[in-house]
Ligand binder design. Structure first.
Ligand code: ADP
Ligand code: MG
Length: 294
């Protein structure tokens, strides 16, 4: 590849809404045969909306929401934006401050809210920290997942106290993008930390059969590595802090530009507006760039 041809390719990329880190990035795109897609914020808008708050028996919904909102101030996850939008939901209420918050990628957030040692996140996080989940909440969690939503559990002082049901929508162009990836001969895989039921609901609407759900951030990398060890050349598209390692490990990392800074730093290419049709363009662009070169 001549530097001039690559610069031409790079300039065209900027016009299309793709930022290209270095000329090597384009070299990788040509041989990619598998495209692994993160769900939340990548295939979906990531504009999570709060659907409802469920309190455990004896607990107060408003308190459950306030504690969750306090913790989520420390997170960049799309779920955090839905949960911290407290004033609109609870007029007159204020989000309390959080002390010593820790955002755990792909899991949730922990911290002190007033006198409470609190956490919000997936049920697995609460189980790991030894919090008891009452049967009523477990049932509400299963019901939420059954409708393709995501339920995050809120707990403090040894027990889960409630949950928040959140959900978002597919991006308008995701279905067409997946179809065009297939048209380019790329095998699509949906890879998500979200629950299996929500993942299957989204995959079904996109015609994706290959779904890996419920994974932790480190398992996203492991999935990319497994595919590579099977001889596949993998493009990974993701937006989250939890996607950074997989973006770096993939043969080609495409970061959704509207996502976390860590993702953008780890990717080879950035999709400035987060439109997956631009990812299709990126792969086509590289083929054209190489045709010019040869
Ligand atoms: P995805 O792979 O779809 O982008 P993530 O790996 O970011 O999903 O998150 C996986 C799961 O971890 C979420 O569905 C949620 O249950 C939990 N989670 C992650 N971050 C947070 C957070 N800030 N607050 C609550 N739950 C979270
Ligand atoms: Mg994501």
């Amino acid at each position: 590849a001549t530097p001039v041809a690559l610069m031409v390719g790079t300039g065209r990329g900027a016009q299309l809404g793709i930022l290209i880190k270095g000329p090597e990035a384009l070299e990788q795109t040509r041989t990619v045969d598998t495209v692994v897609l993160d769900k939340t914020g990548t295939l979906t808008t990531g504009a999570m909306r709060l659907r409802r708050v469920v309190a455990a028996p004896g607990e107060d919904e408003a308190e459950v929401h306030r504690v969750a909102a306090a913790l989520e101030q420390a997170s960049e996850h799309p779920i955090a934006r839905a949960v911290t939008a407290l004033p609109a939901d609870l007029p007159g209420e204020e989000v309390p401050p959080v002390e010593g918050p820790q955002a755990l990628a792909g899991l949730g957030v922990t911290g002190r809210v007033g006198p409470r040692e609190a956490l919000v996140g997936r049920a697995r996080l609460l189980a790991e920290r030894g919090l008891v989940v009452p049967d009523e909440l477990a049932a509400a969690l299963a019901a939420a997942e059954g409708e393709g939503a995501t339920a995050v559990v809120v707990g403090w002082d040894g027990a889960a106290r409630g949950l928040l049901v959140v959900g978002d929508e597919l991006k308008a162009t995701s279905a067409e993008a997946v179809e065009r990836f297939r048209g380019l001969g790329l095998h699509p895989v949906l890879l998500t930390g979200d629950n299996e039921r929500a993942a299957r609901a989204v995959a079904g609407r996109l015609g994706i059969d290959d779904v890996v759900a419920g994974v932790l951030p480190e398992d996203k990398v492991a999935t990319v590595r497994r595919l590579q060890s099977e001889g596949r050349r993998v493009a990974f598209v993701g937006d989250g802090v939890n996607d950074a390692a997989a973006l770096a490990t993939a043969d080609l990392g495409l970061a959704v530009g509207t996502g976390a800074d860590a993702a953008v730093e780890a990717g080879d290419l950035t999709l400035v507006r987060g439109d997956l049709l631009v990812a299709v363009d990126a792969l086509r662009l590289s083929r054209r760039t190489h045709r010019t070169i040869r």
